[in-house]
Write a protein that binds this ligand. Structure first.
Ligand code: PBG
Length: 328
């Protein structure tokens, strides 16, 4: 039945009606806040391209976790800035590695009140900044699987609740699952960065995590932004290998991939709204060119509407604070 009988504006008349027919809702339960942990004590190195985010030593990281929890956010994603790097990323597998120490400290202070997702990758830990072991100028897939598996085990032993491989090597979910299962961690879930694109949006993160590649780029392992069918293959393979959750990354330029994943698979989907997405909104907001808060909420809503169950965002704390105030 068309106009004039049907008038869609009727249900947009006031806030209560609009709220009642809202198809998508946000909750602090959906959000994960990424954090960067570095050596030392009382260290707070602000990341200039990501206002409000810093590299934090463990003592200050604990304070930040308390602030995050106070907003209602219940999960963090940890990245480490190690004291030393090496050729293969072995430092990432050490019992006393920076992230391992941070995980133990968080667990000691907050127990199971805060869910810790541990990013698994070599790029922050290798001298060359690539995500794995280099052979003949490129990352060797199968050699890298070994370090990824031992890094995962070490993070699980430290107390990580979820293991999140972000390297894009073939077969890593299977290898990590086998390693965890063989060592008593069959109950530790894997959140796989399944459709991770070779993206310009990671720029600010690479400053934050000091992980920019020293030569070349990541196009031989991360996905071509032109592809969507291939993302479905990546996701299907990760599910087959044992992923408990899959991820699409970045989020904002890849909403179609999130939606297609949602329509195709029956598995929890995480979307990572990455550093460049955050930086653009912050920069335009700081200039007064956009209403930062409004756009922050609109963007996160669009990611949820596209089909994401979980959203990893540097805005997590700010979004949760707004969700706590009535009328949002
Ligand atoms: C590590 C990793 C990256 C990000 C998350 N894990 C960087 C990269 O692949 O270069 C990017 C996150 C962001 O930009 O916020 N491989």
């Amino acid at each position: 039945m068309a106009f004039p009988v049907t008038r869609l504006r009727r249900l947009r008349k006031n806030t209560i009606l609009r709220g009642m027919i809202s198809e998508t809702s946000l909750s602090a339960d959906d959000l994960i806040m990424p954090l960067f942990v570095c050596p030392g004590s009382k260290v707070n190195n602000p990341i200039l391209s990501m206002p409000g985010n810093s590299q934090l030593s463990i003592d200050l990281l604990l304070d930040e976790c308390a602030k995050i929890m106070a907003t209602g956010v219940k999960s963090v994603l940890l990245f480490g800035i190690p004291e030393h790097k090496d050729e293969h990323g072995h430092v990432a597998c050490e019992h006393n590695g920076i992230v391992q120490k941070a995980i133990r400290a968080i667990k000691e202070r907050f127990g199971d009140e805060l869910l810790i997702v541990a990013d698994v990758c070599n790029c922050e830990y290798t001298t060359h900044g690539h995500c794995g072991t280099i052979v003949d100028g490129d990352v060797d897939n199968d050699l890298t699987l070994e370090t990824l598996a031992s890094q995962s085990l070490s993070l699980a032993q430290a107390g990580a609740d979820v293991i999140a491989p972000s390297d894009m090597m073939d077969g890593r979910v299977k290898k990590i699952r086998e390693m965890l299962d063989a060592n008593g961690f069959s109950q530790t879930p894997i959140m796989a960065y399944s459709a991770k694109y070779a993206s310009g949006f990671y720029g600010p993160f690479r400053e934050a995590a000091e992980s920019a590649p020293k030569f070349g780029d990541r196009r031989s392992y991360q996905m071509n932004p032109a592809n969507s069918d291939e993302a479905m293959r990546e996701i299907a393979l990760d599910i087959e290998e044992g992923a408990d959750m899959v991820m699409v990354k970045p989020a904002l330029s890849y909403l179609d991939i999130i939606r297609r994943c949602k329509d195709t698979f029956n598995i929890p989907i995480a979307a990572y709204s990455v550093s460049g997405e955050f930086a653009m909104i912050k920069a335009a907001g700081a200039n007064g060119w956009i209403d930062e808060e409004r756009i922050m909420m609109e963007v996160v809503l669009s990611i949820k509407r596209a089909g994401a169950d979980i959203i990893i965002t540097y805005f997590a704390k700010e979004i949760a604070a707004i969700l706590n105030t009535p009328r949002h």
